[in-house]
Design a protein around this ligand. Structure first.
Ligand SMILES: Nc1ncnc2c1ncn2[C@@H]1O[C@H](COP(=O)(O)OP(=O)(O)OP(=O)(O)O)[C@@H](O)[C@H]1O
Ligand SMILES: [Mg+2]
Length: 362
């Protein structure tokens, strides 16, 4: 899929801006603080209805204005939609083909974007929650079964945790516990399959960027092993909860389950968070995002839009060039940079350059 234009009104430091994109490589160039990230953020907003930088939509409205809007034409293989979001101080309206949508979920499935943001660099060193969130978001987009299982699980988990805080009847507690099993089996299966898929691509993309011959792997630390036989999984899960029961009662919370799992990244069998340089981490993260693009394509038969914010910093010039050449022109890519030199190497290729200065497209 691709977008061919973007209209911003009173969005962050933009007053009234229109940007044209090509279905290929688009480069947004400008000095620091001019509005490059704001542009990508507005596209991400159309994808997820949220900013990737903050939770408060009001921050997206220009300081001097009462509302903001973002609009685009989204092209799929054989049709197109006009998507829009109007942000008010008191809420937001989502529009598809100029009609307000009744349910957010209608809107959420439309524009599929994979974003690399500088804050993603914390992925490896941060807490497991951040890694789970990344997988949950991507898997949620791919699989409605996953999304549904996760929301059922989290609902029951909350109920079980609340129950653990009051007077406990063992039979009742067991009922809550057993309600967790079914969604857990679904979730573990999907997480395992997703990680297996990632491992098909990670080394390839990493080596394409780095020019090395390394093995990049992600290890899914599930709290029980995935098995073909569902009954075996159920037994394992049940045994684990039995073993954890006293601790759960004592600590008044659920101490095991898919809400405690983690994903650990390795480069040549050494943990990325412990041994990799900043540049290597950046390349692994890029390889991860490019792998996700491939997995989405495999599942949906349509490429997502790739948004790359500030990916080129910290990479030496040969790696920059490799990365830019690697980005497939079948995927609409929108990349930001402060430095024209970064992209001059690519001059021969078809590329759309967008210049931003003080919230104005030049
Ligand atoms: N609600 C708002 N109203 C007006 N201006 C805003 C608002 N929110 C942010 N800005 C301005 O937007 C600018 C930052 O834009 P942005 O983050 O897109 O910069 P950038 O071009 O990505 O810079 P860098 O290269 O440093 O990442 C700042 O000048 C900031 O003051
Ligand atoms: Mg920026």
């Amino acid at each position: 899929m691709y977008i061919d234009n973007l209209k911003l009104r009173f969005y962050r430091n933009y007053q009234n801006a229109a940007v044209n994109f090509i279905n290929g490589m688009n480069v947004i160039i400008g000095d620091n603080g001019q509005g490059k990230t704001n542009l990508l953020e507005s596209i991400y907003l159309l994808s997820t209805t949220r900013s990737h930088r903050n939770d408060d939509d009001r921050e997206l409205i220009n300081f001097d204005q009462e509302f903001a809007s973002v609009e685009t034409n989204l092209h799929y293989l054989d049709y197109e939609d006009r998507l829009g979001i109007v942000l008010h101080k008191s809420g937001k309206t989502l529009l598809i083909n100029n009609n307000p949508v009744k349910r957010n979920s209608e809107f959420l499935g439309k524009l599929n974007a994979v974003l690399f943001a500088p804050s993603d660099m914390d992925l490896f060193d941060n807490s497991p929650r951040v890694r789970r969130k990344l997988v949950d978001i991507e898997l949620g987009k791919l699989s409605s079964v996953y999304m549904l299982s996760l929301s059922n699980y989290l609902k029951t988990l909350k109920e079980r945790n609340n129950y653990l805080k009051g007077n406990i009847d063992k039979i009742m507690l067991e009922t809550y516990t057993e309600m967790l099993f079914e969604p857990e089996i679904r979730i573990i299966r999907e997480r395992k399959a997703f990680v297996d898929d990632l491992n098909l691509y990670l080394s390839y993309f990493y080596n394409q960027i780095s020019g090395d011959n390394d093995v990049i792997k992600v290890d899914y630390r599930s709290f029980i092993e995935e098995k073909d036989d569902e009954e075996v999984m159920r037994e394992q899960i049940s045994k684990n909860y039995e073993n954890s029961l006293e601790r759960d009662i004592y600590l008044k919370q659920t101490n095991i389950g898919i809400h405690r799992e983690d994903y650990i990244f390795y480069r040549n069998d050494k943990e990325v968070s412990k041994y990799c340089s900043q540049g290597q981490k950046r390349m692994i993260l890029l390889a991860l995002k490019l792998s996700i693009v491939q997995i989405i394509f495999k599942n949906k038969k349509e490429y997502p839009i790739l948004l790359l914010d500030d990916v080129l910093s910290e990479l030496d010039s040969s790696k920059k060039e490799r990365l830019l050449r690697l980005l497939p022109n079948t995927v609409q890519t929108i990349i930001t940079t402060t430095d024209l030199k970064d992209i001059n190497q690519l001059k021969s290729e078809k590329m759309n350059v967008i210049r931003v200065r003080k919230g104005v497209i030049e």
